[in-house]
Design a protein around this ligand. Structure first.
Ligand SMILES: [Zn+2]
Length: 317
């Protein structure tokens, strides 16, 4: 039944509401046969190029890619937040042409000459080529609303957003620049943790970034940490959990070790929803859940609130 109704819709309403005319999931064969027939000369509307639709993993709706992009990669049916790249994220948050990237050319060195299934050097090359990023974070100074901000945004597409020496160094320099220029820092995290290809060098980034944030805090400057899906391990155990405000996107998986490791170690059943943003909000680890579409406005409001004392001091002096 659902197949019939879909077929009718996709003929007539293609140009009106493409997101409501998803290709059928179960009836691939039927659809294929009809498509072949139509390609013989009846209608050109059936020639939907591949890669235009994305299936929502939560509600299984097929979403038109263009609509997904316009909606900041959030499912309009169930509000599922798809992963979003660092560049798109920055584009959605900062005022046009205000992002001055820092350390854009900094790249990792394979100092341990690490070899696993593939060498670290070859992995770095492949990820650089596929993502057109140099490493898993972009940093820079920018304006969000009227507020000048030091902003760091991680990208999960580059080696799982893992924190190696470049991620640590770029973020540390960003925080130090923020401290020097008396700017708030915002870091939007997504990470599988420390980059094991760099061994101890990656673990040392935890201390380095945390120390830089301590100096930033001594100057009474605000730091907002935004956790997005997933933020785990070494990143969660360092700068991601040190925000004056710790925020998260809806449904984000947040934690240190994975649930299986915790279950095996504690020998206890884990509660439902364990390690989700919602669970951690209820238990006090994070301060607010901020949907992606409201993020920019929320940042502006939080920063207005957190810097009000500074503005008063500036006016008075
Ligand atoms: Zn959905």
């Amino acid at each position: 039944m659902s197949t019939t109704s879909f077929t009718k819709k996709s003929f007539g309403l293609d140009t009106v509401e493409p997101a409501l005319t998803p290709p059928p999931v179960k009836s691939a064969e039927t659809n294929f046969a009809k498509k072949t027939k139509l390609a013989g000369g009846k209608s050109k509307k059936r020639d939907i190029p591949e890669g235009l639709w994305t299936k929502c993993p939560k509600c299984e709706t097929m979403i038109f890619d263009k609509e997904l992009d316009e909606n900041l990669k959030v499912c309009s049916k169930c509000d599922h937040h798809f992963p979003i790249g660092a560049r798109e994220r920055i584009h959605s948050l900062v005022e046009t042409c205000t992002f001055e990237e820092m350390d854009a050319e900094m790249t990792s060195v394979d100092m341990l000459e690490f070899k696993g299934v593939a060498t670290y050097a070859s992995k770095l090359e492949a990820y650089k080529k596929n993502t057109t990023l140099k490493d898993a974070v972009l940093t820079g100074l920018c304006k969000i609303g009227e507020q000048r901000v030091a902003l760091g945004v991680m990208d999960f597409n580059f080696l799982g957003g893992s924190m190696g020496s470049v991620v640590g160094e770029k973020l540390t320099r960003l925080i130090e620049r923020g401290t020097e220029k008396e700017l708030p820092v915002i870091i939007i995290s997504t990470s599988g943790g420390a980059r094991m290809y760099e061994g101890m060098f990656s673990l040392m980034q935890m201390a380095k970034t945390s120390a830089a944030l301590a100096y930033h805090a001594q100057r009474k400057l605000p730091y907002l940490s935004m956790l997005t899906h997933p933020t785990t391990a070494g990143v969660m155990a360092s700068y991601a959990s040190l925000g004056d405000l710790i925020l998260a996107e809806p449904g984000a998986m947040i934690g240190f070790a994975g649930p299986r490791v915790i279950k095996d170690t504690t020998q206890a059943e884990l509660p439902p929803g364990f390690q989700t943003a919602e669970f951690l909000l209820d238990h006090g680890l994070i301060d607010a859940i901020v949907p992606r579409k409201e993020m920019k406005q929320q940042f502006i409001e939080y920063l207005d609130f957190l810097t009000v004392g500074k503005k008063v001091a500036t006016v008075a002096s």
